[in-house]
Design a protein around this ligand. Structure first.
Ligand SMILES: [Zn+2]
Ligand SMILES: [Zn+2]
Length: 270
């Protein structure tokens, strides 16, 4: 009896230590699901399309919401229909303070019961908090790891329609390479990829998704961007939201098997 009294806690201790070790050695799988988009995906899912962008990123037992779309009712409806387990939500990442990315914040806060911490570009954090009080917000200035292996590019300055503001994008740093999610890419999609590469020298960019904001560009300029992606060693692209239908068409022709659709309800695991 006495022997068991000592051995049993020791076995428990070993199990915990070994369990932790195994968890560290097992690379986490990530899954991105597009929960808000102006470009519909599979319409049989009955999701609500609206202008804006939001993506659900799941990793292990945790998850975060990247941007929140342009309508909180539609966002809530889509989270329900896609059977998103929003209790897992640890963070809300706001790329920039444009209505089509922040108007769903009330739904995000409600779904996480106010627990999720909001990460926003520092220059917009105050005005976002004024619009949506009673949440914990952290203003991001420099590149930062907000959750294990999940990084912000840090604030990137933008001049858009003569207004100066800042924007951040997200990088998931996996052993095999980098996965980038952008909101609107007002800072320039190529600049964002370059920033990610400068943060992780020598790492290959496996995947870029989100809004690339190329709707004002002619075919030649879009092709220039496409070639720059190639020069930067980007492996796969999934342009959506504000990229522009003509630009998306050109990318699809050019990138063939390395072009992916990430429209409303679509998902990608890596
Ligand atoms: Zn925008
Ligand atoms: Zn947008």
């Amino acid at each position: 009896m006495c022997v068991f009294k000592f051995i049993f806690p020791f076995v428990i201790f070993l199990t915990i230590i070994c369990g932790n070790k195994m968890a560290q050695n097992n690379p986490i799988d990530y899954k991105i699901t597009i929960v808000y988009n102006n470009i519909p995906g599979d319409t049989t899912k009955g999701l609500s399309t609206g202008f804006g962008f939001s993506a659900w990123l799941e990793f292990g037992d945790d998850a975060l919401l990247f941007d929140t779309g342009g309508d909180y009712v539609n966002l809530g409806d889509n989270l329900e229909k896609l059977k998103i387990d929003y209790k897992k939500m640890k963070a809300v990442f706001i790329s920039h303070n444009h209505w089509d990315h922040v108007y769903g914040i009330p739904t995000a806060m409600g779904a996480s019961k106010g627990i999720a911490k909001v990460y926003a570009p520092a220059k917009s954090a105050k005005s976002i908090l004024e619009q949506y009080p009673r949440m914990t917000i952290e203003g991001i200035v420099e590149a930062k790891e907000i959750l294990p292996n999940i990084w912000s590019t840090g604030e990137m300055e933008v001049t858009y329609r003569e207004i100066i503001f800042t924007e951040q994008s997200m990088i998931i740093n996996k052993e095999g390479g980098l996965y980038i999610i952008t909101g609107c890419s007002h800072a320039g999609i190529i600049e964002i990829v370059k920033k990610a590469k400068s943060m992780f020298p020598g790492k290959v960019v496996k995947f870029v998704t989100g809004g690339f904001h190329l709707n004002q560009l002619g075919d030649d300029e879009v092709m220039k961007i496409s070639n720059q992606f190639v020069e930067l060693g980007v492996e796969k692209i999934a342009p959506s939201h504000c990229t522009g239908s003509r630009a998306i068409e050109l990318f699809e022709e050019e990138w063939k098997g390395n072009f992916m659709r990430m429209n409303l309800g679509d998902n990608y695991s890596f």
